[in-house]
Design a protein around this ligand. Sequence first.
Ligand code: AMP
Length: 282
Amino acid sequence: MIIFKNIPDFKNHIRKLKNDNFRIGFVPTMGALHDGHISLIKKSILENDYSVVSIFINPTQFNDINDFKSYPNDISKDIELLDSISENIILFNPDADEIYSGKVFSDSYDFGDLDKYMEGEHRQGHFQGVATVVHKLFEIVTADNVYFGEKDFQQLRIIEDLVLKIGFKLKITRCETIRQNDGLALSSRNKKLDISSQNIATNLFKALSFAKKNFENLDLEKIHTNVEDLFENFPQISIEYFAIANEKDLKPIKKKKKNQKYRAFIAADISGVRLIDNIKLY
Ligand code: AMP
């Protein structure tokens, strides 16, 4: 595996591959890789000649400096893992100066209402930071195909919107959420939870599964009350939001309409660790 830390060398390498008509896949990550990331990377390897994996903990998308400072980081383990998967992975692992040239600020994007709800509402500036880094990375990597997880569904929708607005010529593939056997969605942040908190965290999936199972036969108010009741039993879990929203415009709904695709979304703090998850309701 080749590893690049600086932009010019990386771009040179990609330029040569593209001149030879190789197809480039791209999986942006913040590292501390787990099987969720690996599923995206394997998809990219299957569909492309070379796959760029970026590992960059993007400072501008953190609304809480302590969250940024304590974000899991184990680059040597990540390199070992990537090395064991395929020879056709190119790791791009820049530092913040390389990406931001000393100006660590977000640019300003208009996503209509896509960033007004859920994560956008609860993490001020988060999606401006995400869009800024993704925009920069897309320009650097010039991939043909990019892979994003449905685990961060709002992010995925915002990036789909960004690609349309900027006019990037690339294909985005949505990749399904990979979970532990107990339902807990894999996340780098799970590494910050001890075993008992991880067990408690499986209740997020239980709440989402309840919503999925009862979406057709219960009205939304009942679903919300049942979910609230479930979390009454777990004082270690502090729910930031539970919402059922349209998959397209991400607007949380009070009443369902026919022929629409909905998802249930949840964010919670568990023993000081913030987790998010969502599930499709169709
Ligand atoms: P992150 O490193 O958390 O920024 O995630 C990098 C990419 O991996 C994003 O597109 C995420 O949506 C995706 N991802 C994270 N966790 C999972 C998971 N459990 N299943 C599938 N994709 C995931």
